[in-house]
Design a protein around this ligand. Structure first.
Ligand SMILES: [Zn+2]
Length: 54
């Protein structure tokens, strides 16, 4: 087992709030402040995505 608490989260588009990706992150120290440039399937372009926990 990996160290720390891992949780599945959404990667949500900052522009249209579409939840495009699922990933697992280490949340033992709170929600990571990660922003990733990802392809948004709704807008059909690359936008910044942020982590959204349930
Ligand atoms: Zn979008």
């Amino acid at each position: 087992m990996a160290k720390g608490k891992r949780e599945y989260v959404w990667l949500e588009c900052k522009e249209c709030s579409n939840r495009n990706y699922r990933t697992s992150v280490n949340v033992s120290e709170g929600t990571p402040k990660i922003e990733l440039k990802k392809f948004c399937s709704k807008e059909r372009k690359h936008t910044v995505h942020k982590i959204r926990r349930k």
